[in-house]
Design a protein around this ligand. Structure first.
Ligand code: HEC
Length: 237
């Protein structure tokens, strides 16, 4: 985790650096800390430990007493990924009711996070906490680009209508940058099972941009660039 965050700080070394999803998410996570712990010595509190929650079956952390609804959701096959956590955080009870198709389902988590950007950021932060040798991250629904991507390459593709300046990086590989015209792709090789990062910047000289943590083996599509801290990516729409 620290390596990824450190690398991020390094690229966006300008003081005005903004828009690192995971870094913003760490701040948002303060709201969760009332009930949840993360990290090496984390213990269950009001809520379960959230280290490595992305890719984990719901209701499965050792020695935590989940609500029966959460246990049922886990038994029914719910595995936490970006999308399900995104919906869960907005309204845990509504999420469980809809997932279980049970209007009486009850959520033990009473907290809601309505701001969508905060939810994306905190999920990026939680993703960045997955231990290095965990291959447990659940594969996302496959999209077309993934099929053509080699298992060891991490790519970013510009699906916006204008050219933009991009960077891709993964552990053990040099960071690569390029200006990509619409439809163009930039890749680096990385270690399978690890996470790398893709970024888009205001300009080749600019330090401000949006980043996403992406598993090696996937192509992240940058769908729309609004401004330096608002971008739409294929994994967060
Ligand atoms: C007021 C306490 C509280 C706060 C604040 C809170 N949670 Fe929770 N959370 C819980 C409880 C309690 C559960 C167990 C839910 C159940 O068993 O139904 C839970 C469960 C979860 C789960 C499912 C974990 C699993 O192992 O299945 C996730 C994911 C989660 N919380 C994320 C968050 C995030 C992210 C935040 C901050 C944005 C947050 N929570 C804030 C109390 C809280």
């Amino acid at each position: 985790m620290f390596r990824i965050l450190a690398a991020t700080t390094f690229i966006l070394a300008a003081p005005a650096a903004t828009a690192q999803d995971a870094a913003e998410g760490e701040k948002v996570f303060r709201k969760c800390k009332a009930c949840h712990m993360v990290g090496e010595d984390a213990k269950n509190r009001v809520g379960p430990v959230l280290t490595n929650v992305v890719g984990r079956p719901a209701g499965s952390y050792d020695d935590y007493r989940y609500s029966s609804s959460m246990e049922e959701a886990g038994e029914a096959g719910l595995v936490w990924d970006e999308e399900s956590i995104f919906e869960y955080l907005a309204d845990p009870r509504a999420f469980l009711r809809s997932y279980l198709d049970d209007p009486k389902a009850r959520a033990k988590m009473t907290f809601r996070l309505s701001d969508a950007q905060e939810r994306r950021d905190v999920i990026a932060y939680l993703q960045s906490l997955s231990p290095e040798d965990s291959a447990a991250v659940a594969p996302e629904a496959p999209h077309a680009a993934e099929v053509e991507t080699a298992a060891t390459s991490l790519c970013v593709r510009n699906l916006n209508t204008h050219a933009h300046f991009f960077a891709v990086e993964a552990r053990g590989a040099d960071r690569r940058t390029a200006t990509l015209d619409p439809g163009e792709r930039l890749c680096v090789d990385g270690d399978t099972g690890k996470t790398g990062m893709v970024s888009v910047f205001e300009s080749a000289e600019g330090f401000e941009g949006c980043s996403r943590l992406v598993p090696v083996g996937e192509t992240e599509d940058m769908l729309r660039y609004v401004d330096f801290d608002r971008c739409f990516w294929s994994s967060n729409t």
